[in-house]
Ligand binder design. Structure first.
Ligand SMILES: Cc1ncc(COP(=O)(O)O)c(C=O)c1O
Length: 308
């Protein structure tokens, strides 16, 4: 493709059939590979939606400062889009998250403010402290709070994913399944599919180790980006057919299998997605189609525990 601006390269990601992972006599499994976005995750879609719409509405002007608290992927996407749109970006970050994510944000010209953690632990107290600092900065003149957990522009930013799936499969989708953090990606896709007249079963996933949505009680887990420990702000339970808790260890095993057997290199949330997609393909049976998401690129995780 030719692009006059790098922002045009966000989205239009491939939908790949995972034939070798399909159960016998089960449904087809398709995975939408979002790791090909410029910063390696579907968060780029959210960042262009939030910042592009804020500029269009006149809520921000070139030269203004965007503020967000972030563990890294959202911050990297916002830093990238802000740099192209002539906006400044300040991330409230912490040393509890991977240092490579700090470097990525700084590479895109962001200011990164680091809140100290207690020995690298991600705790509710730390998150609240980060949020408080971000809100205080966002209240200063010429500043704008991106609000990844509240802005309607976040959910809308994922509608193109649903439109692309509908176009690629020519309407043939029976199940859409994805693990949820804020819930925006799954709900945005479902919104777009509904607008196209498609009503697949929509299934949300969480780590079994933090089964807040399925049992009401969260817990510590290691799947980055999902299982946020509170009700995902964008999750509309009335549009869901089911919520399932998937064992993170099965998910991490699946990440390694996907890379070594299918050349699909992703993070832990994608591992959960594919474990569940196989289960759902078995239940749906032949002639049906299950679609899931490869949320990001596995190279983000090379320093961590998944690819040892
Ligand atoms: C790797 C990864 N997977 C899944 C998600 C969940 O996406 P959403 O917040 O739209 O539910 C995130 C969000 O941060 C993520 O970073």
């Amino acid at each position: 493709m030719l692009a006059t601006n790098v922002l045009e390269t966000i989205g239009h990601t491939p939908l790949v059939r995972l034939k070798s992972f399909e159960p016998e006599d089960g449904a087809e499994i398709w995975i939408k590979l979002e790791g090909g976005n410029p910063t390696g995750s579907y968060k780029d879609r959210m960042a262009i939606s939030v910042l592009g719409r804020a500029l269009e509405r006149g809520d921000v002007r070139p030269g203004d400062r965007i503020v967000e608290y972030t563990g890294g992927s959202t911050g990297t996407a916002l830093a990238f889009v802000a740099s192209v749109l002539g906006l400044k970006f300040t991330a409230v970050f912490s040393d509890a998250f991977s240092d490579s994510k700090r470097k990525a944000m700084e590479a895109f010209g962001a200011e990164v403010l680091v809140e100290g953690s207690d020995g690298g632990a991600i705790t509710p107290e730390l998150i609240q402290r980060m949020k408080k600092r971000a809100l205080a900065l966002a209240g200063e003149p010429g500043s704008y709070y991106a609000d990844q957990f509240g802005s309607p522009d976040v959910r809308q930013g994922y509608e193109p994913m649903g439109q692309e799936i509908a176009a690629d499969l020519d309407g043939g989708i029976d199940v859409l399944v994805s693990a949820v953090g804020t819930g925006a990606a799954l709900m945005g896709m479902a919104d777009a599919l509904r607008k196209e007249g498609l009503e697949p079963h929509v299934i949300a996933l969480e780590p079994l180790q933090s089964p807040l949505l399925t049992t009401g009680k969260g817990g510590p887990h290691r799947v980055e980006g999902v299982g946020v420990g509170f009700e995902p702000p964008f999750l509309d339970r009335s549009l869901l057919h089911d919520i399932r808790a998937i064992d993170q260890d099965l998910g991490f095993d699946m990440c390694r299998r996907l890379a070594s057997e299918a050349g699909i290199f992703c993070g832990g949330s994608t591992g959960l997605n594919v474990v569940a997609a196989i289960e759902l393909a078995r239940e749906a049976g032949k002639g049906k189609r299950v679609v899931t998401i490869g949320c990001d690129n596995g190279s983000k995780y090379l320093g961590g525990h998944i690819y040892r």
